[in-house]
Design a protein around this ligand. Sequence first.
Ligand SMILES: [Zn+2]
Length: 365
Amino acid sequence: MATMRAARLHEAGKPFHIDEIDVPEPRQGDVLVQVKTCGVIPNMNAIVSGKFWHHLPPMPAVIGLDAAGIVAKAPAGRSDIREGDRVYVNPFLNCGQCHYCRSGTALLCSDAALRGYFGFTPRGAQLLDDYPYGGFAEYLTASPDHLVKLPPRVTFEQGGRFGYLGTSFAALRRGGAGAGSWIALHGITGTLGVGAVLLSLAMGVTRILGWARNRDVLARLKSLSPERIDTLALGDAPLKDWVRERTEGVGVDVLVDCTGRGGPAAPVAEAVNCLKRGGVMVNIGALAEPLALNPTQFMTAALQYRGSNWFANAEAALMAEMIEVGVLDLSPLQPRIYPLEGVNQALADIKERPGGFDNFVVAVS
Ligand SMILES: [Zn+2]
């Protein structure tokens, strides 16, 4: 039996072990993927701590949310997936049986899980038994339905960022952002925020406003497109006034909340006042505190507040094509590449919150 290296979590909150384990045999109809890269994101430290509401996979667990690699073994009889294909492995697993899955809305699955990460419910965590390999292993098994093909110009380092890019992309689409839109990003300097800026530029958003605390990253964001992007260090000015000065006095069409874990609710509540009448606020952040909203304001100004969780494979495929043809420029992202043995160091380094331009990637094989 061939073996492979895998970084496994043996106990919540403890460092990963590099273990030598058997290369998995794909189930009938599934593929074997040789993992090239797997992304690391700031929230991963919180997830593997086991201290939050998420349901971790049974341990020892191969963690790793966002894998990209090469199909090493394809099932016979499928013409759409071949050995050698470059792919992103979408970690979203849905149960296939609940009301939402039966209704064709898999992203709303009530018992979903993210491979190599966690289940949203205990039943969701059971889905991880079928696909127990996250991206911090040299090989993983997947259903062909989980794969998104990566065209030649999409690098594996970029593929390892697709989870957070896709989350930002879906939020912008749910909010209706596009050509002519004015948008605001709460927490613009983080992994979700920087991705949302690059995607907004690609989607033709006219004016991209955002605020956070890291002045260096704010300045770098502004320099990407000084005419379209404006940034504010939180606390330097009242948000509502600052936004209205830049939007004909009315506010933005879309506000995306990219609050990092542990962020406070008060500035998010203040940010709600930056929406124009009929505007949409989309939450993809990790704000855990209750948020005080004024229902009268939402009624009279016809505002919407909605959540957005992950993204569809079709959206990942759209992103891949946008990169391939040069619409979406990810060149401002700076890869910070670690070997598999350096995964614990990557998790330690990302705790410093260097900002979303740094693309933390484990080069697995
Ligand atoms: Zn379901």
